[in-house]
Write a protein that binds this ligand. Structure first.
Ligand SMILES: O=C(O)c1ccccc1N[C@@H]1O[C@H](COP(=O)(O)O)[C@@H](O)[C@H]1O
Length: 235
């Protein structure tokens, strides 16, 4: 199970996540209580272990601005959190020639009830035609598109996660040490991602919560995936 500990704001927390077995750490450049600047992240990433993925969470910026931030901050991945824009995905793939992992976020609008299922399914079919393997499904609550601490309806989402669209689905939204095991058992995602559920306060991680979250997630395995470029990297 691939695990990302997101919304880091300092070196201590990012190193803690790495030490406890996270596969990736995230840094939020979208409007957030956990917002960081490229310069701040540039002071953190040189001190992280080599194999640890460093993912920037971006709003709807241009490909040029995202690429400049990736370079300045020393990132290995981008999480496109400001909607699905095929042109942006193509432009980033071209600029980085596949060297950067792209995670496309799809939002499950929690107030939309079961109609979210059809909308998310539609977006996954479109994304499956793009040079993107990883898709993060996160809750949208009102205008808040991330870091909400609110899970979406896992029962309604079970068909989406069980469908064979050839994508690696990452579950996010309101995950915590207490519910991540149930979430994985019900949806069997390829990976999980958490921000607020492992915090002591906004932007500060809680050691014990991070340890319990990673321990629980790593104890469970994802659904077997078809072999691809990432095969075997998140066992
Ligand atoms: O974490 C944030 O503050 C944030 C703000 C704006 C966009 C994305 C953000 N984080 C992403 O949201 C998911 C879910 O957060 P939570 O676990 O429900 O608090 C998180 O994994 C980040 O990828």
């Amino acid at each position: 199970m691939w695990v990302k500990i997101c919304a880091n704001t300092n070196l201590e927390d990012a190193l803690l996540a790495a030490k406890l077995g996270a596969d990736a750490v995230g840094f939020v450049f979208a409007p957030s209580k956990r917002l960081v600047t490229p310069a701040e992240v540039a002071r953190i990433t040189p001190h992280l272990p080599e194999g640890l993925e460093r993912v920037g969470v971006f709003p709807a910026w241009s490909a040029e601005k995202i690429a400049a931030t990736v370079r300045e901050a020393g990132l290995t991945g981008v999480q496109l959190h400001g909607g699905f824009d095929p042109e942006l995905v193509r432009a980033l793939d071209e600029v980085f020639e596949g060297r950067i992992k792209i995670i496309q976020t799809v939002h499950w609008v929690v107030t939309a009830g079961e109609s979210s299922e059809a909308e998310v399914m539609k977006q996954l079919r479109l994304i499956a035609q793009m040079p993107v393997e990883r898709v993060l499904v996160d809750s949208k609550v009102g205008e808040a598109t991330g870091g909400t601490g609110v899970p979406f309806n896992w029962a309604a989402a079970s068909g989406v996660f069980a469908a064979d669209h050839g994508l690696k689905l990452i579950l996010a939204g309101g995950l915590r040490p207490e519910n991540v095991g149930e979430a994985i058992e019900r949806l069997q995602p390829w990976g999980v991602d958490v921000a607020s559920g492992v915090e002591a306060s906004a932007g500060r991680k809680d050691l014990e919560k991070v340890a319990r979250f990673i321990g629980r997630a790593k104890a469970l395995r994802e659904r077997p995936q078809p072999p691809g470029p990432d095969a075997g990297e998140a066992a």
